[in-house]
Design a protein around this ligand. Structure first.
Ligand SMILES: [Zn+2]
Length: 418
């Protein structure tokens, strides 16, 4: 869960009625003029290629042409900027008829893509949302903790949680005030006192971290420091907060510095921890999914079963391999999707079908639009044996009976809002 979830769902509900929606993804890491030129040429070439499919006189051409020219201008503007402000990836969704113009920049580059379709292409954005789940990074210290909130791979906030230093402890740093005979006793007492106030600060910092965790659902916790400091801090966390710790890291060298280098270290450390956690989570998710499907539980694998579940409005969470490539069809009348080749008419309503070149994008958009979640997983896992797609199903029984009544779109819209 990330702050992109709402954006993804909003985009997934966009559907063009006139000219198609333009989806653009770019890698905007440029160190020299050649790389900028490569990006400009890629976009120009794709725009030319796209317009070639809309001969002059085609009804949708003028609006699409205007949108694409606007995209070109925007990209030209980007490539003439001195620095893309530490952003490596750029995404844009645009359609004049829908009043859609949504440029977005991220810390991670995308695979370059410019396409036009009735729906926005969201696989790359969904993948990014998966990989950049928010993290709260805590570096405990004697006075409390330094806390960094990392969102979408970028530092969102940075704060120092500081407890109060009691007046007596300021006195302690002036040992000359004590008479020689009292010194040992005084030191012991101060030592105990110091422990007590470190403990108090630790407790206050832990409470504040817990509060922030509760305000950021889905955020992971990354603890940084010596094993001893981290363990002491962790003991102060309630169980539910402790369960969200995904990594305990030693303090990297760049954290000793201040400012930019330190922030970069925080972001990189958190991103690596979240990415590693995500890879492991993906493997578990796929194992659970395949297990559910094999024993006839709340899971299905393979394009045909997934598409059927989606048409019936039963998909709770779609699991898709990042390089899923497959064509399918969509019904012109009831909008049902299909994965089988060679179908002539819609099995639900008998309507005419049109080819959907990128079935994966259609599955992602349909799932998100129905209020479901999407998990884009890396290639080379058990899912590949099931042609790269599966889905967890909703607990509720299917509302649509195949053949009895058309389950799409009524059934899916109802259960999608549940
Ligand atoms: Zn149909």
């Amino acid at each position: 869960m990330t702050e992109l979830d709402g954006t993804l769902t909003d985009l997934a509900r966009q559907r063009s009625v006139g000219e198609p929606i333009v989806s653009l993804y770019l890698d905007v890491r440029w160190a020299d003029e050649q790389q900028r030129e490569r990006v400009r040429l890629f976009v120009q070439e794709r725009v030319r290629h796209t317009l070639a499919h809309y001969p002059p006189g085609t009804p949708d051409r003028p609006a699409l042409d205007r949108t694409l020219q606007r995209v070109l201008e925007h990209v030209n503007g980007l490539t003439t900027q001195a620095s893309p402000a530490e952003k490596d990836g750029f995404a844009l969704f645009a359609c004049e008829g829908l009043g859609l113009w949504q440029p977005m920049s991220f810390r991670r580059p995308f695979t370059p893509e410019l396409c036009t379709d009735a729906i926005p292409h969201l696989v790359q954005l969904a993948r990014l949302a998966d990989d950049f789940e928010p993290a709260i990074v805590v570096v405990p210290n004697q006075a409390g903790a330094d806390v960094y909130e990392v969102r979408l791979g970028d530092l969102a906030t940075e704060s120092s949680l500081r407890g109060f230093v009691p007046r007596r402890d300021r006195d302690r740093f002036n040992p000359g005030a004590a008479r020689p005979g009292q010194r040992f006793e005084r030191q012991e007492k101060d030592g105990r006192h110091e422990e007590a106030f470190i403990q108090k600060n630790r407790r206050a910092a832990a409470a504040e971290v817990e509060l922030r965790l509760s305000r950021t659902p889905g955020a992971h916790l990354v603890l940084v420091g010596t094993a001893q400091n981290v363990a002491a801090f962790e003991r102060e966390l309630p169980e539910r907060a402790r369960a969200r710790v995904i990594a305990r890291l030693p303090r990297p060298r760049e954290w000793e510095s201040t400012g930019g280098a330190r922030r970069d270290g925080v972001v990189a450390g958190a991103a690596a921890a979240v990415a590693e956690h995500e890879r492991a989570a993906e493997r578990r998710i796929v194992d659970v999914l395949v297990g559910e499907a094999l024993r006839g539980g709340l899971g299905v694998v393979g394009p045909e079963d997934v598409v059927q579940a989606l048409n019936e409005g039963r998909v709770h969470r779609l699991v898709l391999e990042e390089d899923f490539q497959r064509a399918g069809w969509q019904c012109d009348r009831c909008a049902a999707l299909g994965a089988t080749r060679g179908a002539d008419l819609c099995p639900y309503c008998g309507g005419d079908l049109h080819i959907v070149q990128q079935l994966g994008e259609a599955l992602v958009a349909r799932t998100l639009a129905g209020g479901g979640a999407v998990e884009v997983v890396a290639h080379a896992n058990r899912l590949h044996g099931y042609r790269g797609v599966g889905a967890f199903l909703r607990q509720t029984a299917p509302t649509g009976l195949r053949g009895a009544s058309p389950p799409w779109p009524t059934a899916s819209l109802d259960s999608g809002r549940a």
